[in-house]
Write a protein that binds this ligand. Structure first.
Ligand code: ADP
Length: 513
């Protein structure tokens, strides 16, 4: 055979310059032999009708390690492993090739040195024109590497237990099943391979044609992703997250689908719980909004109903004082002035209460606010005679995320209190300073006044909580409640440190802008 090697005869087509093989039939046979011999990746050989090796190509020699002289004339069962021999595989394969013309198989085969390789084998019956069996052609390929890669891949897939990974044929019948699939869906591979995947769907989904729809989507768009209820072998339901990908052969022909399913019931339940809480919260918010609306209506009527008679009292008393003041005896004048003062005080009370109520309801928008500017604005609202008693040292670069009106109002209330709560006759003094603490700016309003007993430090921030009589320290008892509510609404905190008899420091902390 080797004598022909390297002598392929070609004639040159003069014009085109392409090599063309001669059409001579004898020549064709020689070329065919050469082809067979050059196929070193395939073992190609002939068997007699009884299975005796009749020819041997270099590919066969390379694969099975026998030289032609060593193997020609021997029975081909020599290539089979003992188990296959016991099962009479060589005879059966020849029989099947004889009966059907061709037989294909994959399995272990032996080399001359006894080592194994995984072979893909095709045996073809060769007959003459009368149908007489001349022998068999046998093509063997060593596909050990492919098998190992497949095995590794299968082991990898099977090692995944958190995901059900399985494949379907074109019609949706299950063709592979990993341990994750068994864990999640409870079917063993033996039970489920060959069955249609629609059996995992609920009756309603199956009846609505969902299984066919998802395969169609995957096939036409290259991908399907979705979530839904699926049924385990025991009939229990789980919420699954599914990804389906079509599998195509080299020609692009659809051969099946791969399917990855995850049991996300826990996540779904958690989401349901969150949704439930959100719904509840929404109901509560709605209730609160309703209450707020009622309160608002009430506040409006209070302000309206209380203010007009108050205004009438103030107005008429004022008229009496202006128009008839000179005719009235001194004690009556004094009493009437008390009336005016009380009406004024009540007016302020109503005003403060309405402000406090409004602070809880309205939208307060935050924006970067200069602390120094807010302090300045607050000081400008302080009684002119007391303004000089305030010392302010705030870094002009300090900006907080706040609402200017709310911050100014709060600073005003704290500074005004600081100037107010001094022992009678003592000249008041307030220091305003600010410092940066991590991401916050902390403003401090410090006085050296009467101070506050420790047990009252919390409650003074509540509405109407006052520690002194109105005669000594006039006020409504709402100022600090307004500060607390306002500062909380813009994301800040308020607190106080105090030493009775020594003075107090009120602090406002707000996020730096
Ligand atoms: P008002 O000042 O109108 O009484 P606030 O709500 O502003 O109401 O204050 C509540 C109470 O807290 C005051 O009545 C007073 O007893 C106490 N307080 C507030 N600020 C100071 C301060 N700087 N020093 C001492 N006590 C204070």
């Amino acid at each position: 055979m080797s004598s022909a090697q390297g002598k392929t005869e070609v004639i040159r087509a003069p014009q085109a310059g392409t090599a063309v093989l001669t059409p001579n039939p004898l020549q064709s046979e020689r070329v065919f032999r050469l082809l067979v011999e050059s196929l070193s990746d395939y073992a190609l050989f002939l068997l007699t009708p009884d299975g005796v090796v009749a020819s041997w190509n270099p590919g066969a020699e390379r694969m099975k390690r026998y030289k032609p002289a060593e193997i020609i004339g021997r029975h081909f069962s020599i290539f089979y492993v003992p188990g296959d021999l016991e099962a009479r595989k060589p005879e059966n394969e020849l029989r099947m090739a004889r009966e059907t013309g061709r037989h294909e198989d994959e399995g272990w085969r032996l080399r001359k040195d006894g080592t194994r390789f995984w072979a893909n084998v095709v045996i073809t019956a060769i007959r003459d024109t009368d149908g007489q069996l001349l022998g068999f052609g046998k093509i063997t390929r060593d596909v050990t590497d492919r098998r190992e890669a497949e095995l590794r891949y299968r082991l990898l897939i099977d090692g995944v237990t958190d995901y059900a990974i399985y494949s379907l044929d074109r019609h949706g019948n299950i063709t592979s099943w990993n341990s994750g699939a068994q864990r999640i869906k409870k079917y063993s591979a033996e039970e489920i391979i060959g069955k249609h995947f629609s059996q995992f769907y609920t009756k309603e989904d199956a009846e609505a044609g969902l299984p066919a729809k998802v395969l169609h989507t995957a096939a036409t768009t290259g991908h399907f992703e979705g979530e839904g209820w699926r049924i385990r072998k025991d009939g229990s339901k789980f919420w699954s997250s599914v990804v389906i990908t079509p599998i195509r052969d080299e020609a692009g022909e659809l051969v099946g689908f791969s399917k990855i399913t995850r049991d996300v019931t826990d996540r779904m339940k958690l989401l349901e719980k969150i949704q439930h809480h959100a719904d509840e919260l929404e109901i509560r918010v709605a209730e609160r909004e309703r209450t707020n609306a009622e309160l608002e209506a009430f506040s409006y009527s209070v302000s309206h109903d209380l203010r007009s008679p108050l205004r009438a009292i103030e107005g008429f008393t004022d008229i009496v004082l202006t128009d008839y003041g000179s005719q009235l005896p001194e004690p009556v004048l004094g009493l009437l002035q008390n009336v005016v003062q009380s009406a004024t005080r009540m007016n302020r009370l109503v005003e403060d209460l309405l402000n406090y109520g409004r602070l809880g309801r309205i939208e307060i928008e935050s924006a970067p606010v200069s602390v120094a500017a807010a302090v300045k604005a607050a000081c400008e609202q302080i009684d002119e005679n007391l303004r000089d008693e305030i010392k302010s040292a705030v870094d002009p670069s300090f900006q907080v995320s706040a609402n200017l009106a709310t911050l100014t109002q709060s600073l005003f209330n704290l500074i005004a209190n600081g100037l107010k709560f001094y022992p009678p006759g003592q000249k008041p003094h307030v220091d305003v300073s600010a410092s940066r603490e991590k991401g916050d700016i902390v403003v401090r309003i410090k006085d050296e006044g009467i101070g506050i007993e420790p047990q009252h430090l919390e409650r003074i921030f509540q509405v109407f909580e006052r520690l002194h009589g109105d005669q000594l320290y006039p006020g409504t008892g709402i100022g600090l409640a307004i500060v607390k509510r306002g500062i909380n609404r813009i994301g800040g905190k308020v607190w106080v440190e105090s030493k009775p008899g020594k003075g107090s420091s009120f602090f406002i902390s707000l996020p730096a802008a």
